[in-house]
Design a protein. Structure first.
Length: 396
């Protein structure tokens, strides 16, 4: 690399650092303060969606229940952090800060450098409905100095979990992990359960999801449905999905009895393509059905390091963990529990092992192990989590 290119790279990096400092230490805090000249509206609830253009599943059921009560003025802000940049990003944050300044309650389900950087009004109650159940792969302060994470110094300078009144999680067992990851004192993280899991206790809802799958993929009728739902690899902005299944081979060996439906992480922009001639057997339904739809419909779930396995445990059905890159992923990000000990199903690393586990699932499936896993990590998800979250909100 030439001297000029090296100098340019360092110069651009320095400019980015200065812009970040100005945004989060000067501009956003001052903007927020400028909007605080109006009183807080006691019935105003702001849902702060950090990543996507519609409310995520973390919020939807709670939003519905609050809307049905008729007691609240509900607002939504869509920031799309890490997905849009420049003036559009600044404008969205500006609009969000204007809404936030007069909100009594704000719900968030992710890390937020923005919320953490402002002098939040004491009257505002901030509740983080973390988007994942259980405690699987590390995040936040738990990843300091790991390849996935930032340095401890950077996390101290730009924290992501400040100003939180409450954090809601799926069971008492995982409170410690969230306190560590979010660098929070005891008493803030509470095992209310996760709102979106309430729907899994509605038998009519569960059956309707299966019928929805049949409408989109009629070939699934009278066959066992395998859900393949891996987590992403890499960083958020450049997320990729694994491409480690030979669907032609799987069709030859499983096609008479099974269909495979794939659900990729929402951060993944270009998932692996399934050949057109195999669409009757294997189909990517990422854009067609929600993860809730597919969890309700699946007879077997294949994942790797995704927290969706905690939710799937509520159905007490078989799981297989396809961890072909376990060593690299562990070095990259790390886990809160010993992977091989806490996973409630066979861990495989090759296609041969995966096929063998599917074929022998009836004899390998240890239902009691899944039930124990569910009770440990999902103990507060009993169909009434949303009620407890609303009670927590009102009592704050």
């Amino acid at each position: 690399m030439s001297f000029f290119k090296k100098y340019k790279k360092k110069f651009v990096a320095k400019l980015r650092q200065l812009r970040k400092y100005y945004r989060y230490k000067v501009y956003f805090p001052k903007k927020y303060e400028s909007y605080c000249n109006q009183p807080v509206q006691e019935n105003k609830v702001l849902f702060l969606e950090m990543r996507f253009t519609t409310l995520s599943n973390s919020f939807q059921y709670l939003y519905k229940k609050l809307e049905e009560s008729g007691e609240y003025d509900l607002k939504c802000s869509y920031v799309q952090f890490n997905f849009i940049r420049g003036r559009e990003f600044t404008k969205r944050v500006d609009d969000m800060l204007q809404e936030l300044a007069t909100a009594k309650y704000v719900f968030i389900d992710d890390a937020s450098l923005i919320l953490s950087s402002i002098p939040l009004r004491k009257e505002t109650i901030a509740i983080n409905l973390w988007h994942a159940c259980g405690a699987f792969k590390k995040f936040g302060r738990s990843t300091a100095e790991l390849k996935f994470g930032s340095s401890a110094a950077t996390l101290d300078k730009y924290p992501n979990y400040e100003n939180l009144t409450h954090v809601t999680v799926s069971s008492p067992e995982v409170i410690w992990a969230y306190e560590e990851a979010m660098h929070l004192p005891k008493g803030i993280v509470k095992a209310t359960g996760v709102s979106r899991t309430d729907l899994f206790y509605d038998s009519e809802f569960v059956e309707s999801r299966r019928q929805k799958l049949y409408e989109i993929m009629p070939e699934a009728k009278d066959k066992k449905v395998i859900l393949y739902a891996p987590t992403f690899r890499g960083h958020v902005a450049t997320a990729k999905s694994p491409d480690k299944i030979d669907f032609e081979r799987f069709y030859q060996e499983l096609g008479d009895e099974y269909v495979i439906v794939c659900k990729h992480h929402p951060f993944v922009k270009k998932p692996p393509v399934i050949p057109e001639e195999l669409q009757h057997f294997a189909r990517d339904l990422t854009k067609d059905l929600s993860i809730e739809d597919l969890l309700c419909s699946a007879d077997i779930c294949i994942s790797d390091y995704s927290s969706l396995v905690f939710e799937y445990s509520l159905f007490e059905k078989p799981m297989i963990f396809y961890a072909y890159d376990y060593d690299n992923y562990c070095d990259w990000r790390g886990f809160y529990y010993d992977y091989s000990e806490f996973t409630p199903g066979p861990v495989v690393q090759t296609e041969d092992e995966l096929l063998d586990s599917i074929k022998n699932i009836d004899t390998q499936f240890d239902k009691q192990r899944v039930i124990d896993f569910k009770e440990k990590f999902m103990g507060s998800c009993d169909g009434h989590a949303t009620e407890r979250i609303i009670e927590l909100m009102k009592e704050s």
